[in-house]
Every structure is written in C-alpha cells, then in structure tokens.
Design a protein around this ligand. Structure first.
Ligand code: PEP
Ligand code: MN
Length: 341
C-alpha cells in the first residue's frame, strides 16, 4: 500500500503511522517529497490486514493499493497470450473464433436449422441458452434439461462445440455433461459463489463482463475462477449500462484493448447484446476485431421474428454467410496481428 500524507503532516504523524504499519506486518519505506511525505508499506497486501482505515486520519491524504486484485489473470504473471480449447477448437493466441447461435434453445428443429446454416459459413462453436436469465419472471426461461438434450444432439450430428449459460449452482454438473464451455452471464459476473462452483466443473468458462462492472472488477472475477481451479477463462465484453439509449448497451471497445493489455486470456466480444438490433451487429463486430478481440459471440436464429427472446438482435441464420463474408478481412487481420506479436 502507498500512504500519502497531507502537506501539513508532522514528523510525529509519520512516525506514528510507521510504527503502526510495522506492527501490522509491513515494512515502511518513507519517501520525503517537497510537499508530501509518502510511505510505501512493503508486504503482501492479500495476506496482511488492509491499511485502508488509515484514510480516517485527518493528516492522511490517501491510501492506495500497489497490488492488483488479480494476479493469475494478469500479463505480469503470464506474458504470452493464452489459448483456450472449447471442444476441439482453440481460441486466443492467434486463433480467432466466431461463436454463434440463438439467444435461447427453443426446439430441436430451430437448433438443427441454425446449426446447419452456421456450420456452412465456417462456425465451429455454437451458443444457445438452455437456462435463461430473464429480467421478468414471466418471460421465457429456457427449456432447461430438454434444451441441453437438444444441444447434445447438435454436438452429435454436427461435431460442433457448445457454449451455454449457467444461471445457478444446482445445474452446473448437468450442464457440464453437455457443454464444452460454461457461460457466466453479465448478471452473474460478480456472483462469487457461482464462480467458485463453476470453477470445479473442469470446463472452460466464458465470463461476461457485468453491465456495471469495471475492467478491474471483471478481471478480479476471472481471478476467482483461476484461484478456484479453472485455468481456462475467456473474457467477454458485451456492453455496459450508460446514459446512452441508442444501443441496448454501450459496447466498451476501450475495455477490450485494456483487457488484452492487462490479461493474457482470450477476449471475445458479444456485439449482439451491445447492439440490441441487427443492423448494428456488423459494425460493432468489425470494431471488436479491429480492437484486438480474439473472437465474437453472436446471436443468430432461423426466424428472428418468432424468437422467444432477443428477437431484434438476432441475425437470420440463412443470412449469416453475408455477416461472415463482411468480417473475412477483419478476421484475417486479427489472426495475423496476433501471429506477429
Ligand atoms: C446471453 O448471452 O444469452 C445473455 C443472457 O447475455 P448477457 O449475460 O450478456 O446479458
Ligand atoms: Mn440474448
């Protein structure tokens, strides 16, 4: 921790704080500036008691942490880009994936059609919620177990990888039997008990950024997965809540660049939940790849008008080839840039 004294602090104040922090197990290093005196408290901030209460002294200006709330997720810990395997496919470290599928699994016929259309465009990993986190309890909640059976059928028939969301601890084991990657949705980004339990499933986890979670909180949430035994994390930016209403959520492209700099894990972008309407999905997808994303998570449905959820933002699956075609060069560049790093 760094303790910054106010300009009027006396030598006695500095000595008092020095001996207090020494008692708490830190080694104080005093730096005397022209205006302010600073103490660097050297010691493991995670193992030792927090010094934040020093903020209450009237002669102290600020107390700042030196250590980040994430270590294993950080680039300082692991400099090379990490690739994560979803089923048979790699993502990250030069491997770019477009993961696509409907918001929710609605029927066998719907999934078969969408998977067939998407596989024809080169998609190798499909998404689809069997358990849906809906704002209203009266809205479609997903097919649950039946949805997982349908996702299993898609794996068996098309050989695709499957990403699907976990909304509660009671379903983790069953979902892990079918899914190749477990999705933690925006609403659960900081549900630490769920993160801990999902880490034990021995599956990669796609961690969406919460709608009001800052980047360091998002990376600290990833750290929960890592310290609890899940080494394979994929970060997903899906837009945040701001004052802007022109898009459903504000896609934070800056956060993609920051997450790529701060962490070695793959970062994907979900342009669908950020856009909220289909005409904005492509430009946001391009921006994501241009900013360094390792892939996309995109919603697509055979008949969006009849979708049980998120009807406005899903790309019609028989038109998905056009979306992929528009992205071709961006994907190529994304792969090349990573090879050069
Ligand atoms: C989803 O991907 O289906 C979803 C519910 O998204 P989010 O958690 O980003 O709202
Ligand atoms: Mn959705």
């Amino acid at each position: 921790m760094i303790i910054v004294f106010k300009p009027h602090a006396t030598e006695a104040n500095v000595n008092e704080v020095s001996s207090l922090i020494r008692k708490l197990g830190y080694e104080p290093r005093i730096i005397k500036g022209i205006e302010n005196t600073v103490i660097g408290a050297v010691g493991d901030e995670i193992l030792h008691q927090s010094l934040e209460r020093l903020k209450n002294y009237e002669f102290i200006q600020n107390v700042l942490p030196i250590q980040k709330s994430y270590k294993l997720a950080s680039r300082e810990y692991h400099q090379e880009n990490t690739a994560v395997k979803i089923g048979r496919e790699l993502i990250g470290a030069g491997h770019v994936q477009v993961i696509a599928g409907p918001c929710a699994v609605e029927s066998y016929e719907q999934m078969k059609q969408v998977t067939k259309d998407l596989v024809a465009t080169g998609v190798k990993i499909i998404r689809g919620g069997a358990f849906k986190p809906r704002t209203s309890p009266y809205a479609f909640q997903g097919l649950g177990e039946k949805g997982l059976e349908i996702l299993q059928a898609m794996k068996d028939e098309f050989g695709v990888g499957v990403v699907t969301e976990v909304v509660g601890v009671t379903h983790i084991d069953r979902i892990a039997e079918t899914a190749d990657c477990l999705q933690i949705g925006a609403r659960n980004c900081q549900n630490y008990h769920l993160l801990e339990m999902v880490s034990k499933a021995e599956k990669p986890v796609l961690l969406k950024r919460g709608m009001s979670t800052n980047v360091s909180e998002w990376l600290a949430a990833a750290e929960y997965l890592l310290v609890n035994g899940c080494p394979d994390v994929i970060l997903c930016e899906r837009g945040i809540r701001t004052f802007e209403t022109a898009t459903r959520n504000t896609l934070d492209i800056g956060a993609v660049a920051v997450a790529k700099q701060e962490s070695h894990f793959p970062v994907v972008v979900d342009p669908s939940h950020a856009a909220g309407k289909v005409s904005l999905v492509l430009p946001l997808a391009k921006a994501a790849l241009a900013a360094g994303a390792d892939g996309l998570l995109v919603e697509s449905h055979p008949e969006p008008v009849n979708a049980c959820s998120d009807a406005a933002q899903q790309i019609k699956s028989d038109e998905f080839y056009m979306f992929m075609d528009e992205l071709k060069d961006y994907i190529k560049i994304a792969k090349k840039e990573k090879e050069n790093k």
